[in-house]
Design a protein around this ligand. Structure first.
Ligand SMILES: Cc1cc2nc3c(=O)[nH]c(=O)nc-3n(C[C@H](O)[C@H](O)[C@H](O)COP(=O)(O)O)c2cc1C
Length: 158
């Protein structure tokens, strides 16, 4: 059964809230979701997913440590994520704190895995973002991200 894996790294709950909203969006498109914190993901959860949406808090302007470790460990299955759909989201402490560079750092790792990333002609362009706790607008962009990944998974017949 096709599913989308939602992975998050959150210390104080902001990114977890975003991950829940992303998951809602995927489910609204009729796909199953598996949602785990980064340190609980088995590499085969990634290999067996049709899409992977990953989000972290901004840490020094890039992806946080456990998510980076997960991608480092995923080298064991390098090549097996080729063609899967990806998406990213992040929360930062402040405006200009690096939330978009964090989203892009996740997308970079996904591209190295050969994943397919859909941009967005409407902002936010790179993925869903929040400053601190996500407000309603951020949560909507998280749901939209989940929906867009699910729609692309279905279009590609994954
Ligand atoms: C180790 C660490 C590094 C951080 N680095 C940044 C940073 O570079 N820029 C920023 O805006 N916020 C930074 N923050 C703040 C978090 O990204 C921000 O509070 C976020 O909303 C926390 O999300 P969470 O509630 O899911 O843990 C950092 C926090 C931690 C713990």
């Amino acid at each position: 059964m096709s599913y989308v894996l939602v992975i998050y790294e959150s210390r104080t709950g902001n990114v977890k809230e975003m991950a829940d909203a992303v998951s809602e969006g995927v489910r609204e498109e009729g796909l199953e979701v598996k949602i785990f914190p980064a340190n609980k993901v088995e590499i085969d959860d990634m290999v067996n997913a049709s899409g992977i949406i990953a989000g972290t808090f901004t840490s020094y302007g890039i992806v946080a440590g456990e998510m980076k470790t997960l991608f480092d460990v995923s080298v064991k299955r390098h090549g097996r994520l080729q063609g899967k759909v990806g998406g990213a989201f992040a929360s930062a402490g402040g405006v200009g704190g690096g939330v978009e560079t964090t989203v892009l750092s996740i997308i970079q790792m996904m591209l190295v895995h050969g994943m397919v990333i859909e941009g967005n002609s409407h902002s936010p362009h790179f993925g869903a973002v929040a400053i601190g706790k996500p407000d309603e607008k951020s949560l909507k962009s998280c749901r939209d991200l989940g929906k867009r990944v699910a729609v692309l998974v279905k279009k590609l017949g994954l």
